[in-house]
Design a protein around this ligand. Structure first.
Ligand code: ASP
Length: 326
């Protein structure tokens, strides 16, 4: 089995640097692999360094290039592993989940909470698990971390310090890696409905609103192309507020999609449950359902970047593109 192993940076390969011994990007992929030689027993590895940076500095253009790189370099491989920082791994996995939905082979993102060079590190087991999954032929883009493989378009980072740093609250894990490896039947089993032509451009002119009682519902900056409103609970907002009504009307009149999801991790926004949600729909808001923040932003940025019509953007949030829970 041949596996493409791509390095993009993150804690896994970091080392203490400078007077304060803060963690910063360190060894390249070859040096990392010298510390985990057993990976070569699991697969014939093809190594590529895409970039080597803290994932907090990743830009959408980095991820678009990463998707292109995976397509170009994986033709002679059965699976792909991407070493990535944890901070923005959920955004990258959502982007790649959409952009590589039709790749037809496993794409496994992994990283670690502690650098590989540390004794009590989770890096070694995450790498071994990720390469193992990449040889199993399941066509999914997912995050392998702390004994689980999670669908990329459904996952989020939920802990700064636990080795089980990720969860996909609204979808059971694709696989669990304990004494044995259990790959569950829903892994790889979802309709692929990503519109053609995505991935050249990402529209970053997006604004995220995180409501709190008393918040001012200011109009977004000029040039904003899409809004994500992370509403309370099942999708409720203080619809009696004139500034919120004005914001939604402004978005509707200027063809700026205003997507409503829930600020809760478990469950999603159902705008028909409460009258408040219904009022938001009546003013043109789009139902974001169970989309994670990252899946919603990836979908909006890719859809708007590709010039999808307002009707198609609405449809995008009513139709799963790549197995994301609605
Ligand atoms: N700041 C690091 C990164 O995202 C955190 C990590 O990898 O765990 O690159």
């Amino acid at each position: 089995m041949r596996v493409l192993l791509i390095h993009t940076g993150g804690t896994l390969g970091m080392a203490p640097q400078g007077d304060h011994a803060s963690l910063a990007p360190g060894p390249s992929l070859d040096l990392i692999l010298e510390q985990v030689p057993e990976l070569r027993e699991l697969a014939d590895l093809k190594l590529v360094v895409a970039f080597n940076q803290d994932s907090s500095t990743n830009e959408p253009t980095d991820i678009l290039r990463l998707a292109t790189l995976v397509r170009a370099e994986s033709a002679d491989c059965e699976g792909v592993v991407i070493v990535h920082g944890t901070d923005t791994m959920a955004f990258t996995s959502a982007m790649l989940g959409f952009l590589l939905a039709d790749l037809g082979k496993p794409v496994v993102l992994t990283g670690s909470q502690r650098p590989l060079a540390y004794v009590r590190s989770d890096a070694r087991s995450n790498l071994v698990d990720a390469v193992t999954l990449a040889t199993r032929g399941v066509a999914e883009v997912g995050i392998c971390f702390g004994d689980q493989w999670l669908r990329g378009v459904a996952a989020d980072k939920v802990s700064v310090h636990r080795y089980q740093a990720f969860a996909s609250p609204n979808l059971p894990p694709l696989a669990e890696l304990g004494l044995s490896i259990q790959i569950h039947p829903h892994a790889g089993a979802f309709p692929r409905r990503v519109p053609p032509g995505l991935g050249q451009t990402f529209a970053s002119e997006l604004s995220v609103y995180a409501p709190f009682p008393g918040m001012a519902w200011n109009l977004p900056p000029d040039g904003t192309r899409g809004l994500l409103i992370e509403a309370y609970g099942a999708g409720n907002l203080p619809m009696g507020r004139a500034d919120l009504q004005a914001l939604l009307v402004h978005c509707r009149d200027h063809h700026i999609p205003a997507v409503i999801t829930s600020q809760c991790l478990w469950g999603g926004a159902d705008l028909e449950t409460y009258d408040l949600g219904r009022q938001a729909l009546d003013l043109g808001a789009l139902p974001g359902g169970h989309h994670t923040r990252w899946a919603a932003l990836a979908k909006l940025g890719l859809a708007l970047g590709a010039g999808l019509s307002p009707e198609d953007v609405l449809q995008a949030f009513r139709t799963p593109w790549a197995g994301e829970p609605l």
